[in-house]
Design a binder for this molecule. Structure first.
Ligand code: FES
Length: 108
């Protein structure tokens, strides 16, 4: 399946250390600027669905605002117990002043 490139923000919307929540066709996605590099990941915590983009970003670690689960925004991996869980991540492309993410929609 060919991935879809979707424009989700302007680079100016995300300064280093900031996060932004967006929705793409109903799918909540969080963007984070870590030292000038933008990462995209699911905006739905694996615990009870907390909005990660409303949490705290320190370096590459996001902490969920609801109960404190943490994830590495670069890999989506949970970095405190329960280790092994992960949230989806999406490749990011910067074109000029625009931020695009790559989404593979599933047929199921
Ligand atoms: S919903 Fe994220 S830690 Fe509970």
């Amino acid at each position: 399946m060919v991935p879809e490139l979707v424009r989700v923000a302007a680079t100016a919307d995300l300064q280093p250390g900031q996060m932004l929540g967006v929705t793409v066709d109903g799918l909540p996605i969080a963007l984070a600027n870590v030292d000038g590099v933008i990462y995209a990941f699911s905006d739905t915590c694996r615990h009870e669905g907390g909005p990660l983009s409303n949490g705290v970003l320190i370096a590459a670690t996001v902490t969920c605002p609801w109960h404190g689960w943490t994830y590495d925004v670069r890999t989506g991996k949970s970095i405190i117990p329960p280790i092994g869980l992960r949230i989806d991540t999406y490749p990011v492309h910067i074109t000029g002043a625009d931020v695009y993410i790559e989404i593979n929609w599933s047929d199921d």
